[in-house]
Design a protein around this ligand. Structure first.
Ligand SMILES: C[S@@+](CC[C@H](N)C(=O)[O-])C[C@H]1O[C@@H](n2cnc3c(N)ncnc32)[C@H](O)[C@@H]1O
Length: 252
């Protein structure tokens, strides 16, 4: 199975069913226009980095209709949790759409990118917080036979600062690994239909899940394949020790 497929999810993932859907779909048009307006000022800063790192967003913001169509489709094909990261505009739209599909929707969870600087111009995130909407099926069991309604205790917030400032919308790997651990089981198939640079898919593979996703922009897809090549495997103990040792090498 190709892990990161090139194309729109509507085509590239036709017929795919998954255990958990973890997606970081485009934010609202309001946030996108704020991002792009902010680039003109030179004073722009945002959740992921400095103005020097930033490019205009290459894809359209999503409308409530886009969210509804996405949720309607993937609710039928996702056995377990649906998890999405979004902005304050679309957070209630996602929650309503998931509830309309009969899912049990929890209160929005904050993702706090602590110590990031906020935007000084334009619209968009004006705080450190984006929103994670999580929803589970009201009935049924996971692959191990445990009811989704007895999943266990989960964190009420996520605090992870960006590690990918040059990637538009690229999420911290540690955040995505935490979401994968919290909302899927080992061996599950995790799907991200708007995969971007492949962070969710790398996180899933590192956590011993299977992973599949799609990205429609060829350049982003190519960078995602490279990222998965470097980061998309479960780390063994020796590799982890090597990385720690390398990180401690000092320049003098
Ligand atoms: C916020 S970014 C995802 C970033 C990703 N989580 C990461 O860490 O790299 C959203 C991505 O969805 C892609 N996208 C939007 N609509 C899509 C569609 N219909 N099919 C596939 N990809 C889509 C965009 O090109 C964009 O790269």
């Amino acid at each position: 199975m190709d892990t990161l497929r090139l194309g729109r999810w509507q085509d590239a993932l036709a017929g795919v069913e998954c255990d958990a859907l973890i997606v970081d779909a485009p934010y609202s048009a309001r946030t996108h226009s704020g991002h792009d307006r902010g680039l003109d000022t030179g004073r722009y800063d945002a959740i992921n980095g400095t103005s020097a790192d930033r490019r205009a967003i290459t894809y359209e913001g999503w409308t409530p209709e886009d969210v509804a169509a996405f949720v309607q489709d993937w609710s039928q094909r996702t056995r377990g949790w649906i998890v999405t990261i979004t902005d304050h505009v679309l957070a209630p739209v996602w929650a309503d759409a998931l509830a309309d599909q009969g899912r049990y929707v929890f209160a929005p969870l904050p993702w706090v990118a602590a110590a990031s600087r906020v935007r000084l111009a334009g619209d968009g995130p004006s705080s450190w917080t984006c929103w994670i909407i999580v929803a589970r099926p009201r009935t049924g069991n996971d692959r191990t036979g445990r009811p989704f309604s007895k999943w266990g205790t989960l964190p009420g917030a996520y605090l992870h600062t960006s590690d990918r400032p040059s990637h538009i919308g690229g999420k911290p790997l540690a955040l995505m690994e935490a979401l994968v651990r919290d909302y899927s089981r080992p061996g599950d198939l995790v799907c991200d239909p708007c995969a971007g640079y492949g962070t969710t898919l790398a996180a899933a593979l590192r956590q011993g899940r299977q992973a599949v996703g799609a990205e429609m922009d060829p350049e982003t897809h190519a960078r995602g394949l490279e990222y998965l090549d470097r980061n998309g495997r479960a780390r063994d103990l020796f590799e982890a020790v090597e990385q720690v040792t390398a990180a401690q090498e000092l320049p003098w």
